[in-house]
Structures are given as C-alpha cells and as structure tokens.
Design a protein around this ligand. Structure first.
Ligand SMILES: [Zn+2]
Ligand SMILES: [Zn+2]
Length: 456
C-alpha cells in the first residue's frame, strides 16, 4: 500500500475533520447565509496551507483553496448549507426538533469529506511536485440556491480539467446517472381589491388568476414528454379574508426535464398559460426567473475511475455501538422504508458499477459537469432506507460511522484525483468524452445573464 501512503494523512487528521463536521452540524445555516460554516472551512484550508480566495463570484460564503502548480487542475466540490425546519438532537430514535434549521441533506459531511480529499491530494503533490493543481471549491446554497449553477455561468470552474464531488447517502457507489434539469420561477398577479359581496364587479382577483393558471398547467401535463415534471406552491394566496377580492397573489413553479432544452420549452408554455390566466381575470402578470440547473452530463471514464478507487480501498466497518443505534432506527422509524433489514442496517460494502440510469432529482453539480468532466460517488453515511431531507438524517449526522464513512469517501476522491495525475491518458479520455457529449456549442448556462443568486 506504500503508493497510497498520502491517504494516511486523512486518518492522522481525523480529529480535526470529525470536529469540523460536528461544528457545521451544530451551526446549521441556510442558503447563502453559511457564515460560520464557510469561515470554519476557510480556517481549515488556511491552516493546511492552501491558497485561499474568498467572496468567489461575489458570493459572501463561496470560496476556494488551491494547492500545487500547473496542469492538470482538478476541482473537488464541497457543500455546507442546511435545510429549514429540520433541527433534531443527534443520536435519538425519535423526532424532537424545535423547527429551526438542521443538516437533513448531510452537507456538514459533504464539505468535510471533500476537504479531506483535498488535504490528501495536497500531501501527494508535496511528495510529487509539479504533477498538477488541486482546488477545493466551497460551494454555498445547494438547497434552493443552486450556487454552483451561477458559479458555472460566471466562469468560476473554467480551466478545470476535471471535477469530483460526492453526496452522503445510504450506500457506497460511483454514481452513473443522468438527472433532471430544472428552473424555478415566481409568477405574480396583481388585480383590484374590492368587497366580495357589495361590489364584486369592481374586483379583479389575483387568486382567481393563480387558480386558473394552475388548472391550465395541469392540462398541459398531458402534452409534454412523460419524463417532464412540474410542481407548484401557492406562496401568497392574497390574504386570509374570503370577503376581500384578492388584489395580489403569487405562485412558485419548479419545472424539470431530462434536457435543458425541454425545460426551456415547457417554461415558455407555462409563461403563456400565466398570460392567459391574467387575460381571463383582468389582472396583470409578472414573473421572476429565480434560478435553474442543467441536467447532469455523465462521464463514463471518470465514473470508472471513481469505481476503481472505491474498490481498491479497504472500506471501514461500523462499531458495535453504532450498529445498535442503526438497528434501533431500523426497527423503529425506518421499519416501513424500502430495503430495511434490522439485521443488516447499513449497506457499507461498495456497490457494483451500475448501468447509466436517469434519476428524477436535480443538483447544481450538473452545471459543473457541463464545464468539465465531472463524476460523483455516494457515501454510506446513513442507515439503509433513511429518507433524504428528514430528521432521520439529522439524528444520524454525528455518529462515529458518519465520520468514518465521510473520511473514507475523502480517500476515494483523493485516490481518483491522483489516478488522473498519474495517468494522463485517462484524463485525456475523460476530456475527449466530455467534448463529444457537450458538442460544438459548448456549455450554455440555463440561467439568463441578468439573474442574480438569491436566498429563499
Ligand atoms: Zn438536499
Ligand atoms: Zn444535498
């Protein structure tokens, strides 16, 4: 194993890394307001000797840490934002949250696992100077903010030869998937308030417009490709008084499809439905394009590189104490979830390489995948069956196993990066695949140039 000695630095720094993950878990911060979490990660990068740049892309909580010189330049992506309403005491088998934010997507692990990878690659580059450069990207606001898509649009990832990322999950595997592009748009209607009984003829209802828009959009479902998804939330119904004609109302749309072009097409058709609703109700319609992400462009060469790294490294096993906790969860709140077996509560063995599939979610890592060859792994940081974005992830966020699995993924990403440094032909093959996938036009951001990132 001598050739993999650089990975030992991750074990040597386990205390610092685990402590950092716990600190971020204990200070859950929402999108674009991750001040403490980003400061902690920046502090760690500086202490480790990376050259740090803050306020990346004019975002207060975006940063990078770079080490090494020359090409190739490999990016490792980190996230650290939390989700609203998911606070939960760690290590409990029942829900006890107070409604404040919590790390229900595991980004406190994500940011730290990627940092562990960057630190190990730095160690390799110290021992092998001139092999290339590693850049850790501190990417805020994955949840609802899609910061990486803005960063990609604004050229922050330009010049990367490849990028790696990972996500905490219920199993260890190299992700061989496409997913859905999306865009998020807020439709606003303005009408005329009036007494709903005395002078209804003078009123123009913005709520009617929202309802008619949603009816129209629901009829549209029959006439779009079957893998298109769109969802809406009435974020402002115009008040709580039925006796007042609602003068202002808002509805938020999220439109998804496997291709960026399909999202753009459905978006246009939904805009026309909104115009029609305004015409029918005598109201005025305006809309705000909030954000968008591309669909993920998989890279088979990099997926195989990650899978290779994953299968070469001995994987850690959970302690008896952690197993007891996971068994209790599997018998309790997880009992009715798919793939749950209390006798085998964590699926920590690496999964075989899967065939390319379509996953019906979205991620802002996708926009990085359209700038350079990009691939991801999932870590086995949670018990089998644990649903994402729930208290069940938060309660499992500080176990020894979550820490160990996070560090293990750090090793996988570091080893995959070093494989690219050591085998230029592999990287060239990944880049050739990228070029043929992205086509002549190259990367076209789905976010219009004048749209600025915004918190929820
Ligand atoms: Zn999430
Ligand atoms: Zn996430």
């Amino acid at each position: 194993m001598a050739k993999y000695d650089f990975l030992n630095v991750i074990d040597e720094k386990s205390r610092m890394l685990d402590g950092l993950a716990d600190y971020i878990w204990e200070h859950p911060e929402l999108n674009y307001r991750e001040y403490k979490s980003s400061a902690a990660l920046i502090g760690a990068l500086e202490a480790e000797g990376f050259e740090v740049t803050t306020n990346l892309d004019n975002m207060e909580t975006a940063f990078l840490g770079s080490f090494g010189s020359g090409r190739p330049v490999i990016g490792i992506l980190g996230e650290f934002d939390a989700l609203a309403g998911l606070q939960q005491e760690a290590g409990l088998t029942e829900k006890n949250g107070d409604g404040s934010p919590g790390h229900g997507c595991g980004h406190h692990l994500l940011g730290v696992g990627s940092l562990a990878a960057a630190i190990a690659v730095k160690k390799y580059l110290e021992d092998n100077p001139g092999k290339g450069t590693v850049i850790y990207y501190g990417c805020p606001a994955e949840e609802g903010g899609s910061a990486k898509a803005f960063m990609a649009r604004d050229g922050i990832f330009d010049g990367l030869d490849a990028a790696f990322c990972w996500h905490p999950a219920n199993g260890l595997s190299a992700q061989n998937s496409r997913n859905l592009a999306n865009c998020k748009v807020l439709f606003k209607f303005d009408g005329v308030a009036s007494h709903a009984a005395l002078t209804p003829q003078l009123g123009r209802s913005a709520l009617d417009a929202v309802e008619l828009m949603n009816v129209g959009a629901n009829y549209l479902r029959e006439h779009v490709p079957s893998d298109v998804r769109f969802h809406y939330a009435v974020t402002d119904p115009g008040g709580a008084a039925p006796g007042v004609v609602q003068a202002h109302a808002e509805v938020l749309y999220l439109i998804r499809a496997p291709k960026n072009e399909t999202v753009a097409d459905v978006y246009e058709r939904i805009c026309n439905i909104a115009k029609g609703a305004a015409l029918m109700t005598g109201t005025k319609e305006t809309h705000v394009f909030l954000k968008a992400v591309s669909s993920f462009m998989p890279n088979q060469v990099l997926v195989r590189t990650l899978h290779e790294a994953m299968t070469e490294l001995p994987y850690p096993k959970p302690s008896a104490e952690d197993i007891r906790f996971y068994k209790e969860l599997s018998k309790g709140p997880l009992a009715d979830m798919p793939n749950v077996d209390p006798e085998n509560p964590i699926h920590y063995e690496p999964k075989p390489l899967e065939d390319l599939i379509l996953r019906f979610g979205s991620t802002d890592v996708s926009d990085v995948s359209r700038v350079c060859p990009t691939a991801q792994v999932t870590g086995a940081t949670y018990a089998a069956g644990t649903p994402g974005h729930t208290w069940l992830r938060v309660t499992q966020g500080k176990t020894d196993w979550a820490h160990a699995s996070t560090r293990h993924v750090g090793k996988i990403l570091a080893l995959a990066t070093v494989k690219l440094f050591e085998d230029p032909a592999k990287l060239e093959a990944a880049k050739a695949e990228y070029k043929s996938s992205i086509g002549e036009k190259g990367f076209v951001s789905p976010i219009p140039a004048d749209v600025k990132p915004s918190a929820d």
